[in-house]
Design a protein around this ligand. Sequence first.
Ligand code: UDP
Ligand code: MG
Length: 163
Amino acid sequence: AKTIAGEKGTVSERSFVMIKPDGVSRQLVGKIVSRFEERGYKLVAIKSLTPSPALAKEHYIDLASRPFYGGLVKYITSGTPVVAMVWEGKDIIRQGRRIVGATNPLESDPGSVRGQYAVSVGRNLIHASDSFESATKEIDLWFSEAELSSYEPTAWGWVMADN
Ligand code: UDP
Ligand code: MG
């Protein structure tokens, strides 16, 4: 069934990816976006904004009992914007997590965004949905249906071929 996060396991699967304030402040937006773009994934939506505390809290609600929750919300709502995106394509949720790297940058693969550019877990540059359920919740939280574009990139058939 077609949902806001596309269809799990197909080329229409979608993930929510966010460059956090440190990524914007460090001017890494272009380099990070390029990794998804060059892999062949489709940019479905992108915007920069400073999230409200309510939005940041809801986004990370599953971590509300953790000791770092308050600091995490403060970081995301610092006033330096975030870049919120939706990316689409085959296995984007799992591949997005691989592109981003492990939560603690000291454990991240050196080829990942965090492994290349970050050191601190509290300043790890980027977020990506960790499951289809999270992607559904997060895309719905950050974007309206009208903000999600439907189009076919010129190389789509080549990149997403399944034969
Ligand atoms: N975080 C933190 N300290 C920790 C664990 C997590 O500051 O010990 C922050 C970090 O920014 C991380 C975010 O909380 O990216 C969300 O944590 P999660 O476990 O969901 O990691 P992610 O999915 O971002 O890899
Ligand atoms: Mg997470």
